[in-house]
Design a protein around this ligand. Structure first.
Ligand code: MN
Length: 737
């Protein structure tokens, strides 16, 4: 987004000549001429319609420079047109600031200019809303990835880069502090993206402009020094140039030879990184030789090496081993006249084209292409061409993986409340985020805000989301999280926590079960001697009592068997036969809030007051059923696994129970039933309605009650509703009672 219109203060403006201004802000007529070189007339008409739409939308807005705002989108479109992008991209470039600055909706753009253009504009607006603040290098890398990931269509990135380029070209008008920030962002974020995509011209220009605005003084000194040096060295340059131009044809090579201007930022960086003086860096002359085909490249190299001695170790064959962004050339450094180093790049015209415009060279709009919306195809063709280049040098698969990860990452990038960027696997949720921040935050998380809104913990995170986790001191991980977390860390931590928690509960339950099982032997746990325990543990190869309890609680050992063995060991010790009259075992008391080790069966949903029975399930603890549950009837035979249980008095939780209510069809019945339930201080968890059977409707209600008495009150209340015909509790086999 560009700064809002502010009257230009002339004093803040640097000398800026009018001739430049015209080239920076071409009018639409000029742009149209450019479009006519590669677009059909009807496409140009659509682009022109977008121009008028944008001009109307931005009417009355001005840039800080004082120019009408529309000059900016036109300039951006002009840059994009140099890459010969398709009409949708051109339309999007013209409209790229419309959504942010004039409140025109995506919908409206879609209706007028089609879905693709609207998607592109929307993508650009989303990028605009993200701001880069961090100074850390690692964060810059994440931010670059985030931008690439958000722009699911590479055209969005191309237009964004063009937008940035024009803003950089007109940065003089902006006040100095903001200028430095934008220049810095350009160096850290946008220039590297341009480089990665092989857009070398753009990359260089962005760096050059950013350098000028980030370090105005250094830029001025350096450019003055270069101007002076250039005058002195003109003679050497022309001498080398002529020599090369004469030599190549003698070798049968037709070539285009040019002296190469060094970029200020490149010189500056070399000085800083290599600790070189200005004259050491500048003392290098650059030439570029463009030839017809690949064999000519190597031939030309031979010719050059025959003219001047090459500097050992400086030759690089980027034709055989291209750079990751597809750049190809031969680089060599020669020792020229007077011993000055001369750098030469040799490449074909096609390599030159790709070196200048990288990925954009594959987006060239061709009139005969009918399926232009296939952005993946275009991007793919670029990746494919990179792959083909790399395959000659081996390691192609690995390389493609590398580039693909950059462009279509399997990650999402999200912000912490403090603006740090975290990368998580695609599909991650706020729970993954919480564990990524800290294990304690994960274990204690209860809710989250995404971009300021409260959202469910299972929400899938998207690029650029700002995530805030809400924690509670006594909260615990929920086993249900395991069904949607994506990261290994979250999964492992949740499992770890649950296992520990279950271990503790199982020990407590096992202790109670064993105590109960000892009663028929006339013993309690406290009466078992250390001797008897030692003997038992040794015989069974178990390390501790605690392990025995846990095993019982988890159903791995049956309490009746452990009790019998302990009783025998005890008798053995005392040398007396077991003469004590056995007492009935008595029941284990269940509160229903023990946790994972004691589960109320889902099939029959027992509530306090119901006659119940427990069963020990292997590895899963105790499950409590209704006495007359169908599941119990089926398993009656396996005696040893059944445990007598009873409800312990306590009001520490509510219990789910399902009832079915048959009512006459009448307006407002559900509301009357619901208010009858509420009057009895009872919550409704869920309501579903069976298909109407004639004049009746069956309501299935899941209620939360304290106990059987409470349920009875609630049912009595419901029965008082006149339309209610029948009411009953739903049991395991679906029958009601
Ligand atoms: Mn813009």
């Amino acid at each position: 987004m560009d700064a809002p219109a502010v009257p230009a203060s002339t004093s803040a403006r640097e000398p800026f000549d009018a001739a430049d201004c015209c080239t920076l802000s071409p009018d639409f007529a000029e742009l149209k001429d450019k479009l006519a070189t590669y677009l059909r007339p009807d496409d140009i008409e659509r682009v022109e319609a977008a121009y008028h739409f944008s001009a109307d939308a931005h009417a009355g807005q001005f840039r800080i420079s004082g120019d009408p705002y529309i000059s900016h989108p036109v300039a951006v479109t002009d840059i994009v047109a140099d890459w010969h992008l398709d009409p949708q991209a051109l339309i999007a470039a013209l409209l790229h600031d419309v959504m942010e600055d004039t409140h025109i909706s995506k919908q409206e753009i879609a209706e007028r200019f089609g879905k693709t253009a609207a998607e592109l504009v929307d993508g650009l607006s989303k990028l605009d809303r993200i701001e880069f603040r961090s100074q850390e290098e690692a964060q810059a890398e994440n931010f670059r990835k985030m931008l690439l990931a958000m722009a699911s269509d590479l055209r969005v990135i191309l237009i964004k880069l063009a937008d940035r380029l024009h803003n950089m070209r007109t940065l003089h008008c902006v006040r100095p502090a903001k200028r430095r920030r934008i220049a810095n962002e350009t160096l850290e974020i946008y220039a590297p993206i341009a480089n990665r995509l092989g857009l070398n011209n753009l990359y260089r220009e962005l760096q050059e402009l950013a350098f000028e605005h980030k370090f105005p003084l250094r830029y001025k000194v350096l450019s003055r020094a270069i101007k002076a040096a250039r005058g002195n060295r003109r003679e050497v340059v022309s001498k080398v140039l002529t020599a090369i131009e004469e030599r190549l044809p003698q070798w049968g090579i037709s070539a285009d030879v040019k002296g190469r201007e060094k970029h200020l930022f490149g010189i500056y960086r070399k000085m800083v990184e290599k600790g070189l003086s200005f004259s050491q860096v500048l003392d290098i002359y650059g030439f570029r030789v463009i030839v017809r085909d690949v064999p000519s490249c190597y031939l030309a190299l031979g010719a050059l090496h025959s003219m001047y001695k090459p500097v050992p170790g400086k030759f690089k064959d980027y034709i055989a081993i291209p750079k990751a962004n597809g750049y190809q050339s031969l680089h060599t450094t020669l020792i020229g006249p007077y011993g000055t180093p001369v750098e030469v790049q040799v490449r074909t015209a096609e390599m030159h084209h790709i070196a200048e415009s990288g990925v954009a060279s594959h987006w060239l709009y061709k009139e005969d292409e009918k399926t232009l919306t296939e952005l993946q195809q275009k991007t793919h063709s670029w990746l494919q061409s990179l792959l083909e280049l790399q395959s000659t040098s081996g390691g192609a698969a690995e390389f493609l993986e590398h580039v693909k990860i950059d462009l279509f990452p399997g990650e999402v990038y999200v912000f912490t409340p403090l603006g740090k960027i975290l990368s998580l696997p695609k599909g991650s949720t706020p729970v993954d985020f919480a564990y990524a921040v800290h294990t304690d935050i994960g274990n204690r998380c209860v809710a989250c805000r995404i971009n300021g809104d409260l959202m469910p913990l299972r929400t899938e995170l998207r690029n650029g989301d700002q995530v805030e986790v809400i924690t509670a001191a006594h909260a615990n991980p929920n086993p249900a999280w395991l069904s949607y977390v994506r990261t290994g860390k979250a999964r492992a931590q949740i499992r770890h926590f649950l296992k520990n928690a279950q271990q503790e509960e199982s020990v407590a339950l096992g202790e109670r079960l064993l105590n109960q099982a000892l009663r028929p032997h006339g013993l309690t746990l406290g009466q078992i001697s250390a001797f008897a325990w030692d003997r038992f543990l040794r015989d069974r190869g178990v390390r501790s009592k605690k392990e025995v309890f846990a095993d019982i609680g988890l159903g791995k050992r049956l309490p009746v068997i452990v009790a019998r063995r302990l009783a025998q060991a005890q008798d053995h010790e005392s040398g007396r036969p077991n003469v004590i009259k056995p007492k009935p075992a008595g029941a284990i008391l269940i509160r229903g809030s023990e946790g994972i080790a004691v589960q109320l069966a889902r099939c029959c949903q027992p509530i306090p007051g119901d006659p119940i029975i427990g069963t020990i399930r292997k590895g899963q603890g105790l499950e409590v059923h209704l006495h007359d549950c169908a599941a119990v009837a089926k398993l009656r035979g396996d005696r040893g696994r059944w445990v007598d249980v009873e409800w312990e008095v306590g009001e520490d939780r509510l219990f789910d129970v399902t009832i079915r209510v048959l009512t006459k069809n009448a307006r407002g019945v559900l509301a009357r039933v619901a208010s009858a339930i509420a009057e009895e201080d009872c919550n409704i968890q869920n309501v579903s309605m069976d298909n109407e059977q004639g004049v009746y409707t069956a309501l299935n209600l899941v209620l939360q009650v304290r106990d059987r008495m409470h349920l009875a009150h609630v049912m009595r209340g419901i029965r008082r509703v006149p339309e209610v015909v029948r009411i009953g509790r739903v049991k395991s086999d679906g029958r009601t009672t």
